[in-house]
Design a protein around this ligand. Structure first.
Ligand SMILES: CC(C)(COP(=O)(O)OP(=O)(O)OC[C@H]1O[C@@H](n2cnc3c(N)ncnc32)[C@H](O)[C@@H]1OP(=O)(O)O)[C@@H](O)C(=O)NCCC(=O)NCCS
Length: 287
């Protein structure tokens, strides 16, 4: 996989040690819109949770020096560009375009039918690169935040809602998402990804509403999944469950990553959460 015009070549990420991949990813994301520091542990979690296939992922080298990385996750006929970065010294030289063209050809060669990715909307270089190689915007993905560190304690009504909340196995929530969630949910919200979560993350249920959160012992809690079964939608059940969790774990800062379809945003607005300034495009490329 060497280019005869450009001095670049690609090798399987599986041929490189995990700490070297983590370091290369950190260096490839220098100057990014959000600070990126990939440790070995983070790398292992990405590989396991997101279904990254290291044999299909690529390290980009120029004159035998690693200068870029592309992680590919795979499920059935679909792959996802889980992360892609080129080190600062070789950006704007066509390396990103060339690498993407190779990745698309390789995915076709594996018999896949679609490649997905998410890119921060404000990342001009990323959006331009992906549109140039044929990706189309599917929808905007948004995130939210709510700081309840100085909120007054919930009254009796908060307590009674908490009592109806039942803790369930994360696998039960994942099965429900796979069955009742949108078919084209972003990769990180899909039932297959949710299935990989383990304690200290915790899953809760209130009638037909479900919610997966990160370790509630921490000062910050992430909402990894919210779902209401189709037959009970439109009755504000997700808001009742989320308010119940806010009361059960008081004085926390609640976070929703910008991976939720914009059309779902109202469920977070209903509970008083504020939209985060960074949003993403979910993009797709037919192969
Ligand atoms: C996004 C990134 C991978 C692009 O790699 P690259 O090697 O610089 O890409 P290319 O040189 O092939 O450029 C691709 C297109 O984007 C344009 N582009 C590149 N950087 C740009 C910038 N900072 N602003 C505007 N356009 C830019 C190029 O001009 C080119 O378009 P053109 O052919 O119409 O001129 C690189 O900037 C990067 O690694 N950024 C940090 C990590 C990141 O953002 N990853 C993507 C999100 S996961």
């Amino acid at each position: 996989m060497t280019n005869s015009l450009l001095p670049y070549s690609l090798s399987p990420a599986s041929a490189h040690p995990i700490p070297a991949l983590a370091d290369l990813m950190t260096r490839s994301f220098e100057g990014y819109l959000v600070p990126i520091n990939i440790t070995e542990a983070v790398m292992h979690t990405m590989i396991r949770r997101d279904g990254i296939d290291l044999t299909a992922s690529r390290v980009l080298t120029k004159d035998n020096e690693p200068v870029g990385i592309a992680f590919i996750a795979r499920r059935g006929w679909t792959s996802r560009l889980a992360a892609m970065g080129i080190t600062m010294n070789v950006r704007k030289d066509g390396a990103g375009t060339w690498t993407m063209e190779q990745l698309i050809e390789e995915a076709r060669g594996r018999g896949e039918k679609e490649m997905l990715l998410e890119v921060i909307e404000q990342n001009t270089a990323g959006v331009k690169l992906y549109e140039k190689v044929g990706f189309k915007k599917m929808r905007r993905l948004v995130g939210y935040k709510l700081d309840l560190t100085s909120a007054p304690a919930a009254g009796d009504s908060g307590l009674s809602k908490q009592m109806d909340i039942e803790e369930i196995d994360i696998r039960e929530l994942a099965r429900t998402v796979a069955y009742h969630g949108l078919k084209d949910l972003p990769w990180q919200l899909s039932g297959a990804t949710i299935m990989q979560y383990t304690p200290p993350a915790r899953a809760f249920k209130l009638n037909d509403a479900y919610c997966l959160i990160s370790n509630p012992e921490g000062a910050d809690i992430a909402i990894h999944s919210v779902l209401v079964k189709a037959r009970s939608r439109g009755a504000g059940l997700s808001a009742v469950l989320m308010r119940g969790l806010f009361a059960k774990f008081p004085n926390k800062i609640w976070h929703v990553s910008p991976i939720y379809p914009e059309e779902m945003g109202f469920i977070f607005e209903h509970v008083g959460m504020e939209r985060e300034p960074l949003s993403q495009w979910q993009m797709s490329r037919v192969l």
